[in-house]
Design a protein around this ligand. Structure first.
Ligand SMILES: [Zn+2]
Length: 139
């Protein structure tokens, strides 16, 4: 039986606290440069494109496409059987490492560029992890 408590627990830092507050509230938060409008992830206090230090927090749509993945066959107590380690490309542009859930973990089921949407799963009282699942499906 999958036991997500066996996953390493991310530790929020002052730079990433807003992101974890967001996932806990059901929002996927990115940052956007106030100067060049570049939207980026992971969180950092300056724009990775132009270096500008005034940035805003923006809410992502939660929509993404599957950019790349590997299927890990080494057993992990947090997952039932093989599991994907994926990079998804968010609608807003940034890419994010995640797991694809609610779908068979096979190359037949996991098609590159398939439409995905975020699914939040609490890991503990403080941390809620963003996973992605096929868009438009049940649950
Ligand atoms: Zn910028």
């Amino acid at each position: 039986m999958a036991d997500r408590s066996k996953l390493p627990v991310p530790r929020p830092t002052p730079e990433t606290q807003h992101f974890w507050d967001g996932t806990k509230a059901g929002d996927l938060l990115l940052q956007q440069c106030n100067d060049c409008s570049h939207v980026y992830f992971p969180p950092r206090p300056f724009c990775p494109k132009c270096g500008h230090r005034e940035v805003s927090v923006v809410k992502a749509s939660g929509k993404a496409t599957l950019y790349s993945y590997v299927i890990n066959h080494r057993p992990h107590p947090a997952f039932d059987g093989p599991y994907s380690i994926a990079t998804v490309e968010l609608e807003e542009g940034p890419r994010m490492m995640t797991n694809i859930v609610d779908v068979e973990q096979t190359p037949e089921a996991l098609q590159l560029d398939m439409a995905l949407e975020v699914k939040f799963e609490p890991l503990n009282d403080d941390i809620t992890l963003p996973y992605f699942k096929p868009a438009g499906g049940a649950s």
